[in-house]
Design a protein around this ligand. Structure first.
Ligand code: GLV
Ligand code: MN
Ligand code: MN
Length: 412
């Protein structure tokens, strides 16, 4: 079987999808269930139908595009990723896994290969946490990692519930129906850009992921006392933003104190109320993201953050409330699939290296229901989540060839 990837078509499609964006070129912004995201979904479904795939959408908007195998009742082999993009993002995060997965299927079709197990392309809803504060919404629900009750309580920044947002988007059906039956998949393989610099630095074209780090996110609210910026004297103040500033630095220290390369903590959002130059901040909300490849170490950082919060609250006489949005366990990739990926790399004399994914991906949740593996391709300077994210078409092509061969081997 010889795989010929239509590199031009794939590059053209990546550009077409990048043009469906709310960002200013070259930035891509595609937040879940916005009119732009809905347009991108329609565009993708049309491409999948054109490739002869059977397309369905579940009640949270996960899209499944199936190439039915000769044993249609056998567990399917899945591949895919996401097409939602954080504000001011690039073109490749997630997209390479979805359009690369589609191209892998089309190249297998063209090669004459006929799968026994169906091969299914997935586009997961809201891998990015932008709208509902929690990442991997679609894969969490379909793997049963997020309860329907919790999902029903999710709301966006305007307080609009997921239920209403999806209904407005025309995505209907009960969320209870999203969870897949046991044994639905035989395996799942995700192609993704590395989002870090290691492959490029070592001039290695492919990374085979062995572990995915454990992510957690918190929402911390700090309630102090507001007042006139001129009239309230310093000894009388309970400034919520000053308390938040101390806590932000303590969060950085909590991650550094691990002395481990894989421990990271970030405060990415700080919302200040009322946000007037001559008003003492009375309320602040922080979004905190903590990750580690080691679960105990990640949880130790969370404990340090909690202790620091109590300290700051006592010293500054503010009230602190912490909500854990998610605290997930890490995932291990299936050795047998990693070996299949490696065999394909060797066949094409492509150098590869095992690596850890420090970003989370839908594969983290797919690992709760099936054997998973991930294939990384380099991105320039390791840049991601920014408009100058870049991957060459040759690098994408290599990834698609190895993905296609691996899917063929799993589906044979
Ligand atoms: C995924 O986008 C992540 O934040 O790791
Ligand atoms: Mn991302
Ligand atoms: Mn991604």
């Amino acid at each position: 079987m010889s795989i010929a990837v239509d590199q031009e078509r794939l590059s053209r499609e990546i550009e077409e999808l990048a043009a469906i964006s709310d960002g200013e070129v070259p930035a891509v912004t595609r937040v879940v269930f916005t009119p732009t995201d809905l347009k991108a979904r329609d565009w993708l479904m049309a491409k999948c139908k054109k490739a002869g795939l059977t397309v369905r959408q579940d009640p949270v908007g996960n899209i499944f595009a199936r190439w039915t195998g000769s044993q249609p009742d056998a567990p399917a082999v899945g591949t895919g990723s996401h097409i939602d993009a954080i504000p001011n993002a690039g073109k490749y995060d997630g997209v390479v896994g979805v359009l690369g997965g589609l191209e892998a299927i089309r190249s297998l079709q063209a090669s004459g290969f006929r799968p026994k197990h169906s091969i299914e392309l997935l586009m997961f809803t809201s891998e990015e946490p932008t709208r509902f504060g929690i990442g991997c919404l679609g894969s969490r629900l379909l793997s049963g990692s997020l309860s329907v009750n919790k999902a029903r309580k999710l709301a966006d920044r305007d307080g609009i519930l997921l239920e209403e947002v999806r209904a407005n988007a025309g995505v209907t059906g009960a969320l209870e129906e999203v969870k897949l039956p046991d044994g639905y998949y035989k395996a799942f393989v995700e192609l993704h850009i590395e989002q870090g610099p290691l492959l490029e630095q070592q001039n290695i074209p492919l990374g085979l992921v062995t572990h995915i780090a454990a992510p957690a996110s918190l929402r911390i609210s700090i309630e102090g006392e507001g007042g006139h910026a001129g009239a309230v004297l310093m000894p009388e103040r309970r400034d919520a933003l000053c308390a938040a500033a101390e806590l932000i630095l303590a969060i950085e220290t909590a991650a550094r104190a691990s002395n481990a390369r894989d421990s990271v903590a970030t405060v990415g959002i700080c919302t200040v109320f009322p946000g007037a130059v001559n008003s003492i901040p009375s309320r602040v909300q922080l979004s905190v993201d903590v990750r580690d490849t080691n679960l105990e170490r990640r949880d130790e950082i969370l404990r340090r953050i909690r202790a620091a919060g109590q300290n700051v609250a006592a010293q500054r006489q503010v009230v602190l409330d912490e909500e854990v949005l998610n605290a997930d366990a890490p995932a291990e990739c299936a050795t047998s699939i990693v070996e299949t990926l490696a065999e394909s790399c060797k066949k094409h004399q492509l150098n590869f290296m095992p690596m850890v994914s420090r970003a989370y991906h839908d594969s983290l949740f797919m690992s709760r229901i099936t054997a998973v593996a991930m294939l990384f391709i380099p991105c320039r300077n390791g840049y991601s989540h920014r408009p100058d994210e870049y991957v060459s078409s040759e690098e994408i092509e290599r990834g698609v060839i190895v993905l296609a061969e691996t899917l063929a081997s799993l589906a044979a």
